[in-house]
Design a protein around this ligand. Structure first.
Ligand SMILES: C[S@@+](CC[C@H](N)C(=O)[O-])C[C@H]1O[C@@H](n2cnc3c(N)ncnc32)[C@H](O)[C@@H]1O
Length: 254
């Protein structure tokens, strides 16, 4: 971490949140620090960005495809995830697997005033994405920035968090677990992989989500994934040529 001015202050704050030591850079490169301190990786706070650097990779926040997806929605195109979520302005959504936040940003753009909450169990991903969602913006894209700022980001494991929520208290609940078989994902997703929680969605957690959802629970998976049948989901939607699909569980009387 750098050791001057605002970056140093930010680095201390983030070290405190992660409960890890603050290391002043003292003119060293990040790679030298990792070697010298015998670390698996570190969170580097720079002028331009905050990233987690580890041997062979670097993870940092970027809205990724969210920007393009919002543009496409504005031009009248269908977004397969929004279609599967059946999301409208004012709807609340709990994204149980926030990751880089791209899906949550698109959902936030569509739901407008609806409450969008993102859960992330990896503290490093949570911290970097939370910071990115609250600060990213080059002054050219107000829709994107407004959508990012509206997301409430919580560091929590959905297996525990869902149990705390009352029945039928969120309109839509969304899961996008790490795919069992990695697909052709973006560089950002690959950089996130070593930091992410790879656990599969359990039938128990899915059951909790069904209890908490008012209208539906949606699970994203690779097209033709066996996860859908393992979880007992038979209503699948998605683009004809898309490598991903959305399993939908609709609540009766929702
Ligand atoms: C495939 S990524 C989600 C990508 C996200 N939809 C996006 O648009 O960027 C899955 C994320 O869920 C997180 N995750 C996995 N299990 C979790 C759990 N039990 N509770 C909360 N987050 C979890 C992983 O750490 C990872 O960051």
């Amino acid at each position: 971490m750098r050791d001057s001015g605002r970056e140093s202050e930010k680095a201390r704050e983030m070290a405190g949140r992660l409960n890890v030591p603050y290391l002043p850079r003292n003119g060293r490169s990040v790679e030298d620090m990792i070697r010298a301190e015998g670390l698996h990786g570190l969170v580097a706070v720079g002028k331009k960005r905050i990233s987690c650097v580890y041997p062979g990779g670097e993870f940092f926040f970027h809205p990724g495809m969210a920007k393009l997806r919002i543009k496409e929605i504005l031009s009248g195109k269908n977004d397969q995830m929004i279609k599967a979520l059946d999301l409208s302005p004012g709807d609340s959504l709990l994204d149980c697997t926030l990751g880089l936040g791209s899906d949550a940003i698109v959902a936030s753009f569509v739901s407008k005033s609806g409450e969008i909450t993102g859960l992330e169990s990896s503290p490093v991903i949570w911290l970097i994405v939370r910071e990115g969602l609250s600060t990213y913006g080059d002054g050219t894209d107000d829709d994107l920035v407004r959508a990012m700022r509206r997301i409430r980001v919580i560091c929590a494991d959905y297996n525990q968090y869902l149990k705390l929520l009352p029945d039928r208290s969120v309109d839509v609940i969304y899961f996008d677990p790490m795919f069992r078989v990695p697909g052709k994902k973006s560089c950002a997703m690959e950089a996130m992989r070593p930091l992410a929680d790879p656990s599969p969605l359990s039938p128990e957690a899915l059951g909790e989500a069904i209890r908490v959802a008012r209208r539906r629970v949606v699970v994203k998976e690779a097209k033709d994934s066996r996860e859908f049948s393992r979880l007992g989901i038979d209503h699948i939607s998605g683009g004809k040529y898309s490598p991903v699909a959305y399993g939908i569980i609709e609540k009766r009387g929702g």
